[in-house]
Design a protein around this ligand. Structure first.
Ligand code: MSP
Length: 623
């Protein structure tokens, strides 16, 4: 009979692939992976999902800026997130993309269930919207009409929209949160949500008509689904909803950042209540990874590329550092100095060196096999510590404190080090040396098994060296390495040499100065500019500026509005109408005196407009 395994479903948020992943994305994936691996170690049948959130206006605009069709854009960008998972050893079972068929199917099924409940109605929405987080903000949340997260001006949006009667679920949500202490973890986040729920809960606008890139509503195709209503359902699509098999893994533990706790508890909670599906087991909210005490920022150049860090150090080192450094649930800081310090002085000094010393000693003195031993008090003490460590690590993991569990494991390594130093096998007689090596190797087996979720690459090497082929949760903390087992001496880690690292840095800086240096741009930089031919369809005076025109240009099936300064240098409307021009199409849209400009017309410094020598097809690219 196949033994029944308890199931465990854990998910990360699905990331917006509008730009490449940053260290915050990596942190969430690593933390979730550590929990997933730990659960597998405990014998659970785990389903671990991650993926990308690919619809919505943000993605449509990013694709436009890159000069690509949205589908092609997300296909390419999503790969960076998948690749990040491979590089960091993220052991996901499913990488879900919201542009997949199976996801659309699940979204439509949820929409149908919610509608059947009488929770969908048509109305008009006016609100202040942040495109970056695809979220409307109320006046209380954003009194200065700036996004609280991105500090960018909010856009006023007014449109016909379908609404979800979220307000109906306020009481039931509050009751659920109060009754289930583990629904929102940590407690500080739980209190925040409860206090926001003291205000009346409004219904939620769940459809848009102002853009097309999303799932159309089945009963009114002019509308596309609001990206959050669409995205949250990914957790169900990943486990096969609407087919019954989803029940095998549901309910889930959702690991997410503090900025989207509301979406996962209140919005997702009400959708599920409406659809008659049990609420998630836990919404586990982590803090942000900052740099120099502040949020990573593109303009300050502090966005950390996790792939770069992985290549410079290693996946294990980055995983170890993030798990060890940041109290799970709180914000933490990333710096390479702190990483070097933690890796060299904790991981390597406590565990790596001991591993080498014990295995090397066994190789040199006991023919590469585990020697047999006679237990005394010191050995019994180590045996007790092994049990206590497993128990405490498990207890911390129940609270999802991956940082505290790791601290516990490292402290066992510290104690075994002390034991090794005290016993001095190099000075001791053969019998005592054998006892020390037997005990140390067994403790190292326990430590390695428990460290596996944190540093999977090194742990797999270490287990191979110790001849451990399999293990059960119940025997992790016992002396399971039998005398006579063949072992190998291995160096698991290379100490990070700061001088070598700074030499590497200098080299890459020189290379980038050479390529960026004042006079030249790289060919790739030029290629990133998307310039196309377009025909001027319409020219109007700018309502708020004397010297500007509002020009509509057809750039091959797409009409863009541009704000141009040609009026100020003597061009007339008639001269411009019907003219073919060159447009830089992937310049970030900007508001100029209250009017949006979605690109730039190219002209010479003296104001002469660039135009092709003969008529060409609109939309043709300049190279
Ligand atoms: N697409 C939405 C999530 C939809 S889930 C149904 C989204 N995407 S995101 O790419 O902006 O963020 C993905 C995850 O990364 C979120 O959980 C977010 O909190 C997390 N992080 C983004 N920046 C972060 C840090 N600097 N540090 C840690 N995590 C942060 O939101």
């Amino acid at each position: 009979m196949i033994p029944f395994k308890k199931t465990f479903f854990i998910s990360t948020a699905i990331d917006y692939p509008s730009s490449k992943p940053h260290l915050g994305h990596a942190y969430e994936k690593i933390s979730t992976d550590i929990i997933a691996r730990f659960r597998r170690l405990q014998g659970f049948d785990v389903h671990f999902s991650t993926g990308t959130d690919e619809h919505g206006i943000k993605m449509q605009r990013s694709a436009g800026r890159a000069g690509k069709a949205p589908q092609q854009f997300v296909d390419e960008m999503s790969l960076h997130f998948k690749e990040l998972c491979e590089r960091l050893g993220i052991s996901y079972d499913d990488f879900i993309r919201t542009t997949e068929q199976r996801h659309t199917k699940a979204v439509l099924a949820i929409y149908k269930a919610v509608k059947k409940r009488g929770d969908i109605y048509k109305g008009t929405y006016t609100g202040n919207y942040c495109v970056e987080c695809e979220t409307f903000y109320t006046e209380t949340e954003a009194p200065d009409r700036q996004c609280p997260t991105h500090k960018k001006n909010l856009e006023e949006v007014k449109e016909e929209s379908y609404f979800f009667r979220m307000g109906r679920y306020q009481k039931r949500l509050v009751a659920h949160i109060k009754k289930n202490k583990d629904f929102i973890v940590p407690e500080s986040r739980r209190n925040e949500i409860l206090s926001r729920l003291e205000e009346p809960l409004h219904d939620l606008s769940i459809s848009r008509t102002t853009f097309k890139w999303g799932i159309p509503l089945p009963d009114d195709k002019r509308h596309v689904m609001y990206v959050w209503f669409d995205a949250l359902v990914n957790y169900l699509s990943s486990i096969g909803y609407p087919e019954k098999r989803y029940k095998k893994y549901w309910p889930a533990v959702h690991v997410i950042g503090k900025d989207i706790a509301w979406h996962h508890t209140v919005i997702w909670g009400s959708i599920l209540l409406s659809a008659g599906i049990p609420l998630p087991k836990t919404v586990l909210v982590h803090g942000f990874v900052n740099v120099g005490g502040e949020k990573m920022s593109k303009s300050r150049g502090t966005v950390i590329d996790p792939v770069h860090i992985k290549k410079k150090y290693s996946s294990d080192y980055l995983r170890f550092f993030l798990a060890r450094e940041i109290p799970f649930g709180e914000d933490g800081d990333f710096s390479e100095d702190a990483l070097i310090d933690r890796v060299n002085n904790e991981l390597i000094a406590n565990y790596g060196n001991l591993f080498y010393r014990a295995t090397h000693f066994a190789k040199a003195n006991f023919g590469g096999a585990v020697p047999s031993a006679k237990h005394g008090n010191d050995e019994r003490y180590i045996a007790q510590l092994m049990k206590k460590t497993k128990k405490n690590a498990e207890k911390h993991m129940e609270q999802y404190r991956i940082d505290l569990a790791l601290k516990e494991i490292l402290s066992l390594a510290g104690e075994v080090n002390k034991y090794f130093q005290k016993k001095k096998p190099w000075d001791a007689d053969k019998k005592d040396a054998a006892t020390c090596i037997y005990t140390s190797l067994n403790a190292l087996r326990t430590i390695t098994l428990l460290l596996q979720p944190y540093v999977p690459e090194a742990a797999s090497k270490a287990l191979k060296a110790l001849g451990v082929k399999s293990s059960k949760w119940s025997d992790i903390d016992i002396f399971a390495l039998k005398p006579g087992t063949n072992i190998d001496a291995v160096i698991l880690f290379k100490k990070i040499d700061e001088e070598e690292i700074s030499r590497k840095d200098e080299l890459s800086e020189t290379q980038s100065v050479l390529s960026k240096g004042g006079k030249y741009v790289k060919f790739e930089d030029f290629q990133r500019m998307d310039m196309r031919i377009g025909t001027v369809l319409d020219v109007k005076d700018h309502p708020n500026a004397d010297k500007l025109f509002l020009v509509k240009v057809d750039i091959g099936g797409e009409v863009r509005q541009l704000v141009v300064g040609l009026k100020g240098i003597g061009y007339t409307k008639e001269q411009l109408l019907g003219k073919q021009v060159v447009v830089l199409t992937n310049l970030e849209p900007a508001k100029l005196r209250g009017e949006v400009s979605e690109g730039m017309l190219l002209a010479c410094d003296d104001g002469t407009l660039l135009t092709p020598e003969k008529k060409v097809k609109d939309g043709i690219k300049i190279r």
